[in-house]
Design a protein around this ligand. Structure first.
Ligand code: PMP
Length: 396
């Protein structure tokens, strides 16, 4: 190893470890379902994004298996060479139907979808108004585009309006985009899309919504844009296929000409191998399930409401989530980490989230109930919260 790299790694890794910021990863031994095994211990899992339990759905597993038998395990090439299988075309038709748009394009992950889509349309002569709590992949996609990034205060429509007006009136930018998460995963709050659309109309903004945590969850499962009935108003509907849909991948749904452009200009589509066939078939079937039925969605919300009510009754601060995401706000960073560690020891896997991911003094243990949890599992988790909460003086 080059001496300069050796020195860089030693110094920075030591610093991180001393500050308690080095994240040790304990692998999950087996499926990421409502109960997981970690270090040989069985735990109630409140940390996955497998909102509808589809990651371990038997029907989807079978579809993936039979597809692999026929197509093999890999797509074999990038989409624009000959990696576009008939399965990808079917998936994209299904995504457009699901999102109520003319067309859709899929990518290998939600993360690279944001990198791909933003930079395919925006450039150094443009500006992007970006909610300050937007996901890292949006931030990186904005940076990659070289557009001027103008952050606005989280879901603060006055601040957005003021900055949109300034940007428009400055005459400095060719195009201006407003970009937001649909559901913010740290607090479970929903973006104010009707107001954003109004501001966008007033100042001729391109609208971009990353609904990674909304698809399958809000809008009766069809997402946050559908929740507000804004399918015709939002230019870019982004989603991930790795959370509620349970597999892997990302997509943009929108007008046909937007998708046509992304197919010729978005670099991960042009230069990275297509999603594997087994995954694509399972994803398409999962989306069909969400089109056909709200059963899993309804169960997810029932479980979310149940967990929230249980924790609130005990006296925990569960914030103001508008979705099943249930933060339990502890405050102090060290106490939050101890809380999560004690939950683990008592059989509940719920990760602590602290500064810099959330503002200082708002450390929280974040709970992600899913449709696959039973009432018994949730009762056990709530009882564990009560025990640990009393022990650490978080509740009385
Ligand atoms: N966008 C948002 C808002 C997300 O929360 C995430 C995942 N944490 C992503 C994109 C990335 O999605 P993926 O895991 O499919 O890469």
């Amino acid at each position: 190893m080059a001496a300069i790299l050796d020195q860089f790694l030693d110094q920075n890794l030591t610093e991180l470890k001393e500050q308690g910021l080095y994240n040790e990863i304990d692998p999950v031994q087996g499926a990421n379902g409502p109960i997981i095994q970690v270090n040989g211990q069985s735990l109630i899992n409140l940390s996955s994004n497998n909102y509808l339990g589809l990651a371990t759905n038997d029907e989807l597993k079978k579809i993936a298996q039979t597809t692999i038998e026929r197509y093999g395990v890999g797509a074999g090439a990038v989409r624009t060479i000959n990696g576009t299988l008939d399965l990808h075309v079917k998936l994209e038709e299904k995504l457009a139907e699901f999102k109520g748009t003319e067309a859709a394009i899929s990518y290998q992950s939600g993360f690279n979808c944001n990198m791909a889509a933003i930079s395919a349309v925006m450039d150094k002569n443009d500006a992007i108004l970006s909610d300050q709590l937007n996901h890292a992949s949006i931030i990186d996609g904005c940076r990659l585009s070289k557009a001027k990034i103008i952050p606005f205060l989280h879901s603060d429509m006055e601040d957005l309006r003021k900055k949109a007006k300034e940007a428009k009136e400055s005459g400095q930018y060719n195009k201006i985009m407003v970009i937001t998460d649909g559901v913010f995963s740290m607090d479970g709050d929903i973006a104010k899309l009707p107001e954003i659309v109004e501001i966008a109309k007033e100042f001729d903004l391109i609208t971009y919504v990353d609904d990674a945590h909304g698809s399958g969850v809000t809008g009766k499962g069809k997402g946050t844009v559908k929740h507000f009935g804004l399918e015709k108003e939002i230019d870019f509907q982004i989603g991930t296929l790795s959370k509620a849909i349970g597999v892997v991948g990302g997509y943009v749904a929108g007008k046909q000409k937007l998708i046509d452009w992304l197919k010729v200009r978005s670099r991960p589509f042009l230069f990275s191998t297509a999603l594997p066939p087994g995954d694509v078939a399972a994803i398409t079937a999962a989306i069909q399930m969400l089109i056909d039925s709200t059963e899993l969605h309804d169960k997810l919300w029932e479980n979310g409401d149940y967990l929230k009510a249980g924790l609130k009754k005990l006296g925990f601060d569960i914030g103001a989530s508008e979705t099943p995401i249930t933060p339990c706000i502890i405050g102090d960073e060290k106490l939050t980490q101890t809380f999560s560690k004690r939950l683990f020891e008592e059989g509940v896997y719920a990760k602590s989230i602290v500064f810099p991911t959330v503002p200082k003094g708002t450390g929280r243990v974040r709970n992600m109930p899913t449709a696959a949890h039973t009432k018994e599992m949730l009762d056990e988790a709530i009882a564990t919260y009560e025990k640990v909460g009393k022990e650490l003086g978080v509740i009385s």
